[in-house]
Design a protein around this ligand. Structure first.
Ligand code: CU
Length: 198
């Protein structure tokens, strides 16, 4: 399917150039440009930070996302005030739930609709993140980058009893219940929040 349509596209481009009266030697580079695929710009995936009018329901949408390594994820505020914060001890002693070699992020408070924060994810693995003011009510999300690897693929309490983890906080119950499974993310690629949150 793609080959004939691309040929048609080139043909159309060539005709258009003739129509503009360009000299033949000007045609080649332009036609080549038309034939070349758009330069591989890494994907940008958008996650919305949502809330109902009263602020009694808050959520990320999608709550589960699969991306290829190198993709950039953008969190953008639609309503209310939120953060996008990686599960990492550097973020207020949260347990490590992103790959060991990945750089943790914390957006800080995003307060106006349209405010956004970008992170480029290069290390394969599972990345769990939360919203600082809303983690306790289950505003969390999960991204799988390439492969379901690393601490984020472990059970929530995998670290209990390991040296250096005494100060780590447990993932709150509401958050545990909100995370989509890795299997569902791999299957659906974009997982939207279930039930009344939509
Ligand atoms: Cu929030």
């Amino acid at each position: 399917m793609t080959k004939p349509s691309r040929r048609e596209f080139l043909k159309a481009g060539g005709l258009a150039l003739v129509g503009f009266g360009l000299a033949p030697n000007r045609r080649a580079p332009l036609a080549a440009l038309l034939g070349v695929r758009p330069r591989s710009t890494a994907a940008l995936e958008v996650i919305e930070m949502r809330s109902d009018a009263l602020g009694s329901r808050v959520w990320f949408d999608p709550i589960g996302l699969y991306v290829e390594p190198g993709a950039t994820v953008r969190w953008i505020v639609r309503e209310n005030v939120h953060t996008a914060t990686a599960y990492h001890p550097r973020n207020d002693n949260h347990p490590l739930r992103i790959p060991e070699r990945a750089v943790p992020w914390d957006s800080g408070f995003l307060v106006h609709p349209g405010d956004h924060f970008d992170v480029t994810l290069t290390v394969p693995g599972v990345y769990d993140y939360y919203c600082m003011p809303h983690e306790a009510v289950g505003m969390v999300g999960r991204i799988v980058v390439g492969q379901p690897l690393g601490p984020g693929a472990e059970p929530f309490d995998y670290w209990v009893g390991r040296p250096g983890t005494d100060s780590w906080h447990h993932v709150p119950d509401a958050a545990r219940q909100s995370f989509p499974s890795i299997a569902q993310i791999l299957h659906e690629r974009r997982v939207h929040p279930a039930g009344p949150r939509r």
